[in-house]
Design a protein. Sequence first.
Length: 293
Amino acid sequence: MTRMLRAARPAAALALLAAVTAAGCTAGPAQQPVSGPRAATVTPARLSDTLPADPVRMVLPATGAESRWTQGLDVFVRQVQRVAAASCARDRGFTLPEQVPLAFIRYYELPDLDFIARHGTSESAAVPAPPASSAPARTGSAADVRDCLAEGTAAAQALRERYAGVQGQWFGTLTTLRRDPATLDALGTLPDCLARYGVRARDENAFFALADARMQTAGPDGPAPGDNALGRAYATCMRPVEAVREPARAGLRTRFLAAPGHADAVRAVRTTLVPALRAAQRRYGVPLVFPQP
């Protein structure tokens, strides 16, 4: 999936999508586990069906916590796409090829520190499966499969077109903070802070390279060894950075919403998106839910 922002895929079976290389670390995955207090046993992440009071926060997130709504919206639309395609195939008497399970995708530049501190860098809430239904055993022809996948894409696009344009512009606006002097100063504190927890990484990219390398050792039923401790170190050390970036993002969003060129798209998000999502829920039987720590 193409994103304006780099993102971390939170399923243990998927690699971190942070556009980094292992060369960025001054120590590889064999370094000692992160030090620090041991956390109590953590229950699995929860799901919430509570929508934001303003749908803009779901489409144009400015904090890690708000990005949970964005993650849920993205998964919902992709589930609608799959269910619509599967329904088409079932009506035509065949079964679509199996697909990789969906996962909530966390955003690299909108780190959800409370979630990461509790669940590590790789874990997230489980995406609920859509209602099961009997499927024919027959495999469809290439043309049949192509037609039904196109039908699923059209169903998803009918939802995405209500917000994708303005969301893409917002994500592009967020990337301007990479050059913000206050943000750069705050990020400069990260290597020394991480070092206090036994993590040797020269910057945030190097940290994710390390997390990615460790994830490769994860078993099929759980996170990589030390992932939770690594997440706690990252969350602790990134809080001063987010203390700078969150107000900056809030200011960016205020100016973004006030721009005359965005008025129509923002109005459409506020008036049409939630009714369209609710209608899709009823039609396709897909839950609209969001990960919670």
